[in-house]
Design a protein around this ligand. Structure first.
Ligand SMILES: Cc1cc2nc3c(=O)[nH]c(=O)nc-3n(C[C@H](O)[C@H](O)[C@H](O)COP(=O)(O)OP(=O)(O)OC[C@H]3O[C@@H](n4cnc5c(N)ncnc54)[C@H](O)[C@@H]3O)c2cc1C
Length: 438
């Protein structure tokens, strides 16, 4: 920390599950004091909680309504917001490099600039890892950003429009959606799609039979769906997916994606008009070139238990872009981990300002909940007494799932604003279609 600057400059890069919660907390805490200035840098203008991206892809959530404007959040909670994409750092000068932001015509909107920090927090999240599989970049969509999720939805709607007006017989790949990866994202997306495609065709596309014409397939390299969760939970999810007429291929590694099919190592060919890649994560590549900071093989920055980078104690990392030790393993890339780290970081920052030693972060796993759209929710919750996992399903699990997002919103807006927004949404849902139609 620099001892001679009057105002301590905290720069947080990435306004996602971890970074935005931290900027809001620090902004609230220090807004009436000149001691600390908090700046959030993000490449987007609005925040959408990443676990909702599959709902945008399926059309059950409208990103224009759900997005939170960073500028507004900054004004309400006492921090500054800078639009831009960080692409480098100078640790000696203590500045981050921010690339120019271009408008839709390619003209410079915000020029390249440096932003100075005393404490830097990197929270830029992760991207899907396609392991260099042939054809994925060209023919598959990943759910990394709201724009990608919206693009998938747009293509799905167009595919339905085309099929509903066509007089020729359907091509083998037509209206066939293949999802690669049966983790939480893949499973939740399949269930949500089954629901929304039924609604979608009800609005003027009645010539399509949603259950027969719209085929959904999940391909998973592991032996079961939801491989990271307890076997009982995955068996249950599998049963529910079968009921929804979702085809599941396990033990199949995808080797190639083309415009019309997905090929696996065993030689299977799955005709597909739309392909979603939802297998594996890695951190953004630029993190591996940050002025000597250490990364692991998936570009996550190595941090100490106090979330400081191993090479620079003024730089902290949280969320998916941190490789943070957790017992004998690592903290998993989850929203609940990013959120806990944001809270921990706030406490540690206060200690830092008081000249006290930093505390190690300890991750608490509260379990996992998988939403199967309106059909069900399944999950396992950690008992706080026995630390054993409890299997939950149905309405209770659904409520717990909604509670998780509610918690994130409450951290950003407080109880009053969150409740008013929820009431507003309930009212508008009564007068609008439940699925985005374009
Ligand atoms: C479809 C889906 C469903 C999920 N469901 C769950 C779930 O149910 N439960 C759960 O615990 N986790 C879930 N996750 C994982 C969870 O979303 C992530 O673990 C969590 O969002 C990570 O938080 P983060 O703060 O590290 O990054 P993110 O929330 O990803 O935020 C990163 C931010 O950094 C910004 N950014 C990126 N690069 C730059 C740059 N160079 N310069 C400036 N800004 C940059 C991005 O615009 C973004 O705002 C899900 C993920 C997906 C994709």
């Amino acid at each position: 920390m620099s001892a001679n600057t009057k105002t301590h400059r905290v720069v947080i890069v990435g306004g996602g599950a971890g970074g935005l919660a931290l900027a809001t907390r620090l902004g609230n805490r220090f807004k009436r004091k000149n001691q600390v200035e908090v700046t959030l840098v993000d490449q987007s203008r609005t925040h959408i909680w990443k676990p909702l991206l599959h709902e945008i892809a399926a059309g059950s959530l409208n990103p224009d309504k759900e997005g939170l404007d960073y500028l507004a959040q900054a004004r309400w909670h006492g921090f500054r917001f800078c639009l831009g994409k960080m692409d480098g750092i100078d640790r000696q000068q203590k500045v981050i490099r921010v690339a120019p932001t271009l408008d839709e015509q390619g003209d410079v909107l915000v020029p390249r600039r440096d932003i100075a920090y005393d404490t830097l927090v990197i929270a830029v999240g992760s991207l899907t890892n396609d392991f260099g599989t042939e054809g994925v970049k060209e023919h598959a969509i990943s759910l990394n950003t709201p724009a990608q999720a919206s693009l998938f939805h747009h293509r799905l709607v167009n595919a339905c429009v085309r099929a509903s007006l066509q007089t020729d017989p359907m091509r083998p790949e037509q209206l066939h959606v293949t999802i690669i990866g049966a983790g939480a994202t893949g499973v939740e997306l399949a269930a949500e799609l089954r629901n929304t495609t039924r609604e979608l065709v009800a609005y003027g596309r009645e010539s399509i039979n949603p259950d027969q014409d719209i085929k959904l397939t999940i391909i998973e390299a592991g032996e079961r769906v939801l491989p990271a969760l307890p076997p009982a939970l995955s068996a249950n999810a599998m049963k529910l997916l079968h009921k929804m007429n979702v085809e599941i291929l396990t033990g199949e590694r995808v080797t190639r994606v083309t415009r019309t099919l997905v090929e696996t190592a065993s030689g299977k060919q799955v005709p597909s008009e739309l392909v979603v890649w939802a297998a594996g994560v890695k951190a953004p590549a630029f993190l591996a070139e940050l002025d000597g900071l250490e990364v692991n093989r998936i570009n996550q920055l190595l941090v100490t238990p106090a979330l400081q980078t191993t090479k620079d104690e003024d730089i902290f990392v949280l969320g998916d872009s941190a490789a943070c030790p957790n017992g004998t393993g690592w903290v998993p890339p989850r929203a609940q981990a990013a959120n806990q780290q944001a809270r921990h970081m706030e406490q540690n920052f206060v200690r830092l300002m008081q000249g006290k030693p930093l505390q190690p972060f300890v991750y608490t796993d509260f379990g996992s909940l998988i939403s199967l759209g309106k059909y069900s929710t399944v999950g396992s919750l950690m008992s706080s007494l026995s630390r054993k996992s409890l299997f939950v399903q149905g309405q209770f699990a659904r409520l717990m799932y909604l509670f998780l997002y509610g918690k994130h919103k409450m951290a950003l807006h407080g109880v009053c604003r969150t409740s008013m927004a929820a009431a507003g949404r309930l009212l508008t849902r009564r007068v609008e279609p439940h699925v985005k139609l374009h």
